[in-house]
Design a protein around this ligand. Structure first.
Ligand code: HEC
Length: 458
């Protein structure tokens, strides 16, 4: 059994036991704050911030371990609120915003952060209720969906605290349709830590059904991909990313006029990461929904970008046992060979310029940092995504505020960093495993270094 308790504990300890903090407020002027009487109180300012930025995860039945939707709760957690806000660990927003700008940014503005810290420094005053209703939490917009794919039968997580389970779902449509929006609905949000849906191409559908049948109970164990255990599809085009959800996430609409084609005969695999560190295992039915179009202006391709020599092992992505910071970097001219192999669903051929709308990084548990950037043919560097503190649980894709246009001759770079030292190993049955030499693979103790880019023609 795999246990990530230690990793989570480390995270909590970092937040709970590290240096005192409240000293360093002030400095930046928070001219947006609307308190005239010297500081925010819970009812004047703070509850609105908590409501807008925290409560969608920090309330009953949601993923976070405690609620923050009343004065008493906020007051009793004030110390760790200040610490996590100060360190930037909460809200969980992984990208460094000095790299690029993204839509649906969860991070606090400087003014919100300053208000929270000032409130804690002032002893968490309650203030007087203003009588005004707090602003509504951002909800899934009024998107409507055409198809819901639920798990066929309930599954109760078995491995504790982490159970990574893949469920195979039929795709019943008999014509090619385009997915233009995606939403996952966890059955029990308090124990679902992420959901990733993959499209399995028709030629591989039977192999994935066989993985399901080979294991007892609904679904099968999978980790870094939809592939079961030690099986490997290497660089084949058996599967593609469709969409993902992490706690606090809502429905995702693809950029206007774009969508991902799904052919008849495909199947879907939905990976659910159950974490039962703070929740009792319960029978769960998670589902995902898609909005469909018959045609789109610009069909998208979800490109897995990596060094295929790492995948095939001809130039292994070696991460030696004991190394504290192994780094591998992959550089390529995307519009050259990559479009040759991957571009056709989007109607792209080598040499074409194209747009990247969103991007994510995928590594496993040893990852520490990841960065994606372009070296423009003119010589300047453009940062696309910088994850300074990799956390497998909070992997996601980030949609650019403005799509990135890539031209022939621009070099795409992906860099991943790992810590494979003795103290950064998983704990199995209460014992921390010794480090081992690691390379590319689908298993929990293997690693990956992959960029996932949603791209279309211009
Ligand atoms: C996207 C969901 C989400 C949002 C939004 C969120 N949290 Fe959390 N929070 C969590 C989860 C989950 C944990 C448990 C630890 C973990 O898994 O990272 C947590 C843990 C914490 C902790 C415990 C210490 C720590 O850092 O782990 C504090 C304090 C905290 N959150 C405060 C906040 C505050 C304050 C906000 C808003 C400003 C906020 N959180 C927004 C999900 C969220």
């Amino acid at each position: 059994m795999l246990e990530r308790a230690r990793l989570l504990c480390t995270m909590l300890c970092l937040s709970l036991c590290s240096a005192p903090l409240v000293g360093c407020i002030g400095g930046e002027d928070s001219n947006e704050s609307n308190e005239s009487n010297g500081g925010p109180s819970y009812h004047e300012g703070i509850s609105d911030i908590l409501e807008a930025r925290c409560v969608n995860c920090h309330s009953d039945g949601q993923v976070a371990p405690f609620s923050l939707d009343s004065y008493d709760e906020a007051k009793s957690y004030q110390g760790i609120i200040a610490q996590s806000v100060e360190q930037g660990s909460m809200p969980p927003w992984m990208p460094d915003n000095s790299c690029n700008q993204y839509q649906r940014d969860l991070s606090l503005s400087d003014a919100e952060r300053d208000s929270l810290l000032a409130w804690v420094a002032a002893g968490a005053p309650e203030g007087t209720p203003t009588g005004e209703a707090s602003p509504p939490t951002p909800e899934d917009d009024d998107l409507s969906f055409d198809l819901t794919l639920p798990m066929a039968e309930p599954y109760t997580p078995q491995a504790r605290p982490d159970d990574y389970r893949c469920f195979v779902m039929d795709w019943s449509l008999d014509e090619t349709r385009y997915v233009t929006a995606f939403k996952a609905s966890p059955g029990h949000a308090e124990m679902v830590h992420h959901v990733i849906s993959f499209i399995i191409n028709p030629n591989a559908a039977d192999e994935f059904r066989a993985m399901d049948e080979a294991e007892d109970g609904p679904g099968y164990t999978c980790f870094g991909s939809p592939v079961a255990g030690e099986a490997s599809f290497g660089a084949s085009n058996a599967w593609r990313w469709l969409g993902s959800w992490t706690p606090g996430g809502s429905a995702r609409e693809m950029p206007a006029g774009t969508g991902i084609a799904v052919e008849p005969g495909s199947v879907m695999v939905m990976q659910v990461h159950y974490n039962t560190l703070d929740a009792e295992p319960e029978a769960d039915i998670t589902s995902f929904e898609v909005k469909l179009a018959d045609a789109v202006d610009r069909p998208a391709v979800v490109m897995p970008l990596t060094n295929y020599r790492w995948v095939m092992g001809s130039t292994p992505m070696s991460i030696p046992a004991g190394s504290t910071d192994s780094t591998h970097t992959f550089t390529t001219d995307l519009s050259d060979t990559v479009l040759n192999y991957l571009g056709s669903p989007a109607g792209l051929s080598p040499g074409d310029s194209f747009q990247i709308h969103s991007i994510g990084i995928h590594m496993h548990l040893l990852g520490t940092t990841g960065r994606i950037w372009l070296d423009r043919s003119g010589g300047e560097e453009e940062c696309l995504l910088d994850i300074p503190r990799w956390d497998f649980n909070w992997q996601g894709t980030y949609e650019f505020a403005e799509p990135i246009t890539v031209h022939s001759g621009d070099l795409f770079n992906l860099r991943c960093q790992w810590d494979n030292s003795a103290t950064n190993q998983i704990v199995v049955d209460g014992e921390q495993l010794p480090p081992q030499d690691v390379a590319w693979g689908d298993g929990t103790r293997d690693e990956m270094c992959l960029a996932i880019a949603y791209a279309t023609a211009l």
